[in-house]
Design a protein. Structure first.
Length: 95
């Protein structure tokens, strides 16, 4: 049963990541707050920023094959790896 729940969660994370929608990125709209900003570089937080630009997670990008583009990072080849990436960087619960 636990494996089944992980598979469902992995699909949810993968879909939200590919669409660019997540609680982390869009919760401010509901709360009527400012958009979240990266703590390291003061850039607006986004899925693209987390995967490609955020230096804090640079060492974890190998899970996605060290992508240079979002197409590479979120392609079908990486479907299983997207969930693993966000789990390792401890953001999976915020998606």
């Amino acid at each position: 049963m636990e494996t089944f729940l992980i598979l469902i969660l992995a699909r949810i994370v993968t879909t939200r990541t590919r669409r660019g929608h997540s609680h982390l990125i869009h919760l401010h709209l509901i709360a009527k707050e400012d958009c979240p900003v990266c703590e390291l570089c003061d850039e607006q937080m986004s899925i693209t920023h987390i995967i490609l630009e955020y230096s804090k997670f640079y060492s974890s990008k190998h899970i996605l094959g060290n992508p240079l583009t979002m197409k590479q990072a979120l392609g079908k080849k990486n479907s299983k790896n997207i969930y693993n990436f966000f789990t390792i960087i401890s953001l999976v619960k915020l998606l």
